[in-house]
Design a protein around this ligand. Structure first.
Ligand code: SF4
Ligand code: SF4
Length: 156
């Protein structure tokens, strides 16, 4: 397990996050793990763990949090926020962290915009695929393929 030297971390990071609308209660997290257990992304991604991201933020791990690829994995479904017993709005926290990553030079503005576009595209594909299962004769497959192909050509 990685050793964390707290004196090397940034104690202001958590206050910076908590001062923004939506993140006021994030330090109330008592690491119960309900968010991680209910997260559809954590279900398919071994390293994605909202509880861990909150812990790292509370410990002042600014660079590790803001430069992490995991910041961009959240689908912003609000499941964790709805179930959190401490009223931590993780979905809002992740949006704040993404904004901070852009403003503090850890990620480009394009990445933020493309992450939003990607979420929209994924929902489009999901709806088309459900439609395809319910009505196989409608042949949505070609449309799904072309949406995926177009997105694959849009590099971050
Ligand atoms: S559900 Fe809430 S209190 Fe529990 S680990 Fe997640 S953020 Fe923390
Ligand atoms: S909002 Fe993000 S972290 Fe929370 S359950 Fe949905 S995908 Fe997981």
């Amino acid at each position: 397990m990685e050793k964390i030297i707290l004196s090397e971390k940034d104690p202001n990071f958590k206050n910076e996050i908590a001062s923004q609308p939506g993140a006021e209660s994030f330090m109330r997290c008592f690491t119960c793990g309900t968010c991680t257990a209910s997260c559809p992304v954590a279900e398919v991604h071994d390293e994605y763990d909202p509880r861990r991201i909150i812990r790292m933020a509370v410990l002042g791990m600014r660079e590790e949090v803001l430069s992490s690829d995991l910041l961009w994995m959240c689908s912003r479904c609000y499941t964790c926020a709805a179930l959190c017993p401490q009223n931590v709005k993780f979905t809002d926290v992740i949006s704040i962290l993404r904004d901070m990553a852009v403003k503090q030079g850890y990620a480009s503005r394009e990445r933020l915009e493309q992450a939003r576009e990607l979420d929209r595209m994924i929902q489009t594909i999901r709806c088309r695929m459900i439609d395809n299962k319910l009505h196989p004769k409608k042949k949505n497959v070609e449309e799904i393929k072309s949406i995926v192909e177009e997105e694959l050509n849009n590099k971050w």
